[in-house]
Design a protein around this ligand. Structure first.
Ligand code: THU
Length: 130
């Protein structure tokens, strides 16, 4: 199954009763294994989590810490990019050249690198004077 198909499939499991906006994300890790996540909303709105965060958590829970590719899908007029917070979360485990494929359930697709999505990222260098 392609990374995008994995994201499409897990999207069905999203818990999005408040926004009604279901998102699916799939990550390919260093081993080649695929980890998936969907958005999980909460009545206390800020407690909801994004699909990407779920996929990252599943990857770490399996003992993997390197992302080589990402796919995100939603039912939207245009491919939906990861939110700002998720871009930084992805960068924790992915290099700047990692491709992020964004797709709609209608079949539109767009791929950008993580560096394109998060220019001027906060990195470890910002915390060091040496
Ligand atoms: N959402 C994601 O899961 N990933 C994104 O990259 C964008 C937004 C979710 C959060 C919330 O449950 C819903 O989409 C509407 O913002």
């Amino acid at each position: 199954m392609s990374l995008l198909d994995a994201a499409r499939q897990v999207r069905e499991n999203a818990h999005a009763p408040y926004s009604k906006f279901k998102v699916g994300a799939a990550i390919r890790a260093g081993s080649g294994a695929v980890y998936t996540g969907c958005n999980v909303e909460n009545l206390a709105y800020p407690q909801g989590t994004c699909a990407e965060a779920g996929a990252i958590a599943a990857m770490c829970a399996a003992g993997e810490y390197r992302i080589t590719a990402v796919a995100v899908i939603a039912d939207a007029p245009e491919p939906v990019p990861p939110c700002g917070g998720c871009r930084q979360k992805l960068l924790e485990f992915a290099g700047p050249d990692v491709p992020v494929t964004m797709a709609t359930t209608d079949g539109a697709e767009r791929t950008m690198t993580l560096a394109e999505l998060l220019p001027g990222a906060f990195t470890a260098e910002h915390m060091s004077r040496t």
